[in-house]
Design a protein around this ligand. Structure first.
Ligand code: CTP
Ligand code: CA
Length: 216
């Protein structure tokens, strides 16, 4: 049944999903990034597709593949992702911001590969745009905005703060320990602060569960 429509819950809905960890290059081959595999974002895309949605994924680099029925737009940095999101977000009913966007990028980019000629080299950083905050501030009527939070501590409170600060409809919060694990545990919080715990033996089931709760 994989990639065949298995339910009609999202029939006719246009869903935009961002996924992967952005890369912030400071020379042609070196970058700052994070440990996001993109797996959850890709599984959410497949699940949404199986529920009948039209799905577009804006993806930072990952090792993963998507079925051809799901349109994928490749980006590298947070700024690239922001440009694509700004170009497209108005067309979508549902936006799921699963990407692990680098909060900072190197201030300088060297088009020549840096040499190891400094004893204690320093990389100065500058802030990246907050894409989800922009989406929260420019939300279209009836547009559903879903964010993610991976936290090492104070999971619930940090997630609620982000939900409010970014004007989200839902936030999916999980402890950082589910990074690169098969199993999933976390919680889904809506803007009335109703909270549902999610625990699944794999992320495929978790993705399906998350969408089912959001759209039922
Ligand atoms: N996000 C984003 N743009 C950024 C940073 C984060 O769109 N520059 C989105 C992520 O995709 C996620 C949500 O915001 O859906 C929360 O990301 P997170 O890193 O947990 O929150 P931050 O606001 O960056 O706060 P901090 O990293 O300090 O916890
Ligand atoms: Ca962050």
């Amino acid at each position: 049944v994989k990639y065949a429509a298995t339910s009609k819950l999202l029939k006719g809905k246009r869903v935009l999903i961002t996924a992967g960890g952005t890369r912030e290059y400071f020379d042609p081959i070196r970058y700052i990034s994070n440990a996001s595999s993109g797996q959850m974002g890709y599984l959410l895309a497949e699940s949404a597709y199986c529920m009948g949605a039209d799905v577009v994924v804006i993806s930072a680099p990952t090792c993963l593949k998507l079925p051809s029925q799901i349109k994928k737009i490749d980006v590298v940095s947070a700024q690239d992702m922001f440009e694509k999101v700004k170009e497209l977000y108005q067309e979508f009913d549902i936006i799921i911001m699963n990407a692990a966007v680098a909060d900072f990028r190197p201030q300088e980019y060297s088009s020549q590969k840096l040499k190891k000629d400094k004893e204690n080299p320093v990389i100065q950083l500058q802030p990246n745009p907050d894409i989800l905050k922009f989406l929260g501030e420019n939300k279209r009527e009836n547009q559903i905005l879903v964010g993610f939070a991976a936290e090492s501590d104070n999971l619930y409170q940090n997630a609620v703060d982000k939900l409010k600060r970014k004007n989200l409809d839902f936030i999916v919060a999980n402890p950082v320990k589910v990074f690169s694990q098969d199993f999933y545990e976390g919680m889904l919080i809506n803007k009335s602060l109703n909270t549902v715990n999610i625990s699944a033996k794999n992320k495929e089931n978790a993705a399906f569960e998350i969408l089912k709760i959001i759209f039922s």
